[in-house]
Write a protein that binds this ligand. Structure first.
Ligand code: HEC
Length: 137
């Protein structure tokens, strides 16, 4: 963390604090899409996959490939394909990694955030149901 006191003035820091305390301004049209819950867990999970930003790291349809140059695989892993389902062969194993996250080495590196206490159990199960629809190869 840089020492911001040397970069921005106390006045600017106070302004920033006031801004953050006031909450983020509402952005017209930026309301997140409602999560549909009546059409089975896989449909709900697909929406949660977008909502929680899993898609930004694991790619559309869990295809992976987002670069992570400092990690051993050089890319964020896919959540589809034979290798994934061989390692994560039970719902519990998938839920466990989502809950705990996984820190890969030193910064700057992209790690798997831990979602325990953030994503409720019913939504974790929906995410797993969705991920299992991605099974290919
Ligand atoms: C900031 C990027 C990032 C976000 C956001 C993210 N992940 Fe991950 N995820 C990773 C990385 C990096 C790994 C690999 C960790 C490792 O190998 O130790 C990983 C691993 C996983 C794994 C295990 C796959 C494997 O082969 O190791 C699953 C399952 C998973 N993530 C699901 C999710 C879900 C579901 C979400 C959304 C709730 C999510 N991830 C959000 C970066 C992310």
């Amino acid at each position: 963390m840089p020492v911001w006191g040397q970069v921005i003035s106390a006045h600017q820091v106070a302004d920033l604090v006031a801004y953050i305390r006031a909450g983020l301004p509402s952005v017209p049209g930026a309301t997140p899409a409602p999560v549909i819950t009546g059409q089975g867990p896989a449909v709900e999970g697909a929406l949660l996959y977008q909502r929680y930003g899993c898609v930004n790291c694991h790619g559309p349809n869990g295809l992976g490939g987002v670069p992570n140059p400092q990690s051993p695989d050089k890319a964020i892993p896919a959540l589809s394909g034979a290798d994934f389902f061989k390692e994560f062969n039970t719902d519990e194993k998938i839920i466990e990694i989502i809950r705990t996250g996984s820190v890969l080495g030193r910064a700057p590196i992209v790690s798997m955030p831990h979602w325990g206490g953030i994503i409720p159990d019913s939504q974790l199960r929906a995410l797993v149901a969705y991920i299992k629809t991605l099974k290919t190869g």
